[in-house]
Design a protein. Sequence first.
Length: 935
Amino acid sequence: MQSILKCPPNCNSGCDWVQSLQLYSELNLAHLISSTDLNEGRARQRAWQQTLNSRIQHITLQLLVGIFREVKNHLNYEHRVFNSEEFLKTRATGEQQFYKQVLDTYMFHSFLKARLSRRMDAYAQMDLDTQSEEDRITGMLISPRRPTVEKMASRKSSPLHTTHRRMVVSMPSLQDIALPELPPRNASLRIMDTTASRNSSPVLNMAPKSTYTFKIPEIHFPLVSQCIQAYHANFITLLSKAMSLLGPDNSLLLARYFYLRGLVHLMQGQLLSALSDFQNLYKTDIQIFPADLVKGTVESMSAPERTQAERTPELRRLITEVLDKSGEATKADDAVKHFELPKKHMQLEDFVKRIQESGIVKDTNIIHRLFDALTVGQQKLIDPETFRDFYNCWKETEAEAQEVSLPSLVMEHLDKNECVYKLSSSVKTNRGVGKIAMTQKRLFLLTEGRPGYVEISTFRNIEEVRSTTVAFLLLRIPTLKIKMASKKEVFEANLKSECDLWHLMVKEMWAGKKLADDHKDPQYVHQALTNVLLMDAVVGTLQSPGAIYAASKLSYFDKMKNERSLMLSGHRPLSHDPGDPVLVRQPGNSGALWLLDLHERLEVPMAVPKTTSETLKHKINPSAGETGPQAIDVLLYTPGHLDPAEKVEDAHPKLWCALSEGRMIVFDASSWTIHQHCFKVGTSKVNCMVMAEQSQVWVGSDDSVIYIINVHSMSCNKQLTDHRTAVTGLIVQDGKKPSEVYSCSLDGTVLAWNVSTLRVTCHFQLPCCGLTSISLHSNSLWCCTGGSIVVVTTHGLLCQELRIDEDLREAKTSFLGLQLLPEQGQVWTACAGRGEVYIWSLQDLAQAPQRIHLQDCSEVSCMIRVKRQVWVGGRGLSQGRPKGKIYVIDVERKTVEKELVAHADTVRTLCSAEDRYVLSGSGREEGKIAIWKVE
């Protein structure tokens, strides 16, 4: 291998680590009594060999993850672009040649395809398992990454760092990593030591995989047709016998048997039997499904065989899948592009694409404002030179940020996750001479001479920011003044030519922090940081008298804060034509007027109502780092559990978030950090999710498939394809270890599944279509079918039916969902397009329902029960604007206790976290999750 590629220097230090491998079987078995049984000796030798092979594979995979871990930081998933030039710049000088050679290989190109397709393969699993907590946190940030205080401290203590030039990350050194002892019950590839997970390259333990042997029948006959057919028949008999001995929990091995038996059926010419075996891979392990082989088999079938296959629903669906989706598979495996600077003038659309490809920022709205900033006072086109200057300025700032090294005395005053985003030049202040530093939390002064730390202010504590001038001899020196809420003293800094830029930046960060505190949404701070750094890059690019005005186009939150102040003071802009500037009177300043450019009209968040503020705990943004917000279709909370065989993170509770087009993101619910970045379950809308058992989450999709996700590997290698239309509901049988899951689809089909075998145990069809949800109570299924709610037994026998009221039927509405409250003897329902909740008596469904009117509610979209409350999510007016609203109703008094407003778009989904918190998700206009305290 080294004759082809010269490996990086630090790879060789990994040899010290592999010395822990037991390479000699004689030494490994020396402590055991010699066996006189030949078979026992062979078994020991085989076990040693398997263990050694597994550990070598494991070490090699970990080494590959360490070498290529940072490739993902230079990928753009939307446009399938890899910025190879920037990736190479981050490599150490002695390793450049190695990476240049590797990047040109076909295998690396295939590796990039897998990464851009977000494939959950062995590499991705290892990367996830060895990810540090810091990486998980920074994965949520939309602001550009900078080294944290914690990373600076570890960098100072590392002797290797001093040998590397700026912004260089070396190959992982495995020299000093000790292999931890293998604890009992460790049965999978997991981090066992929590301290190890915080290291840059933790070492995982791995028990050898179980090995199963199937003895293929021997060939001891003449190769004539009759003998070959008998051999194939015997082969299939042996395979079927081996399969019958497997338990339901051994689906991966069962999948291999199905695959092998399908191949033998093909050799026999039994195409239908072969397709049936391959179809069973959907329920056992779809990752080994031979799509090309199945497609070729279908195309080779005769007309009678094809007709016979299409009479079977499962095979008909399989044929449709492989024939219709073969083109989609080719499209998904699109070529990887390498980032190049543009050579032509760009209009807005092309500029957005280029900026996203460059990795600078992905949010489309931010890029639109950047386009306006770079084209102020000129034709709305970006020339290649301007783009190149902006790109180089941004990258140089990134490189300089990696060079920042704070004294230990300074780092003691900062939080471990703080990053220095901006440093001024050396300036004179009223607290000494030094450089002003800005983190995401505060401003402080790095004093010169004897390095020291002087706190200026946290952004939360700022009361006023002004740009002014002070007289010095015959000069007027631009000065920044910052007034703090907790101090009488005003901080002054003679920033000279930097003053206007720092004035813009501090005000933007101040406004972002204020919004973040008001709305309990830290993403406002990270977006403000992005705006600030873009301002800095725009000023550095243009270097003209109008550069500050251009940068002000990116001052988003400060303008939002100003507009909000105007609206609260009653000074609203008059009616206007779109695009025309308007004059508004400045409050409290003797008739002065402000000129507002209505190209920059903002959606100003209203003041958070007191009840909302008291109940709201936190907000998170699953679409952070994406091109724009995505609708949240379904939320699912799964409680944590303790298992010594699993890594620590798997014991934490999790929040599963389904976004548009089948995209899934998983959060660690103990810290609200991302546990698993985006992976996909199909390409259609997700309608429902349920935890079937501790290791499985079932996901029902619009494409009629139920996807089964392994919660440990975060992979989806099983699919249930028995439904023919969109899967709209999933419900788990009560009990600590549920044995059955019920699913329903839009055409009125209800299926009962055995969780262990994944087989349908009961199947029935409701007479009406439009089945949108099911609930289980006392061995009865309550089925919401639009015009009625049908109550049936778990075997499909009709018990009773609740039809929609006549006045509601005239309004052409339908049942949207229901909540059963058996203790109160009630069923609560909501109807589409109505701002009311209807309460029916379980004793007599024929009685007219009670109605609870929801004030200023235009529609209800979801409803859940939590303790003695029912939480209703929907849309309605708040302070004169349509907003997402949640109504908390007391089930005994049947009154609205709280009206919560924290979403800019309709509340689409609600879920409960152990009855302590309620989580709500909104539509694509906002696409955020709010976490509410339950009282």
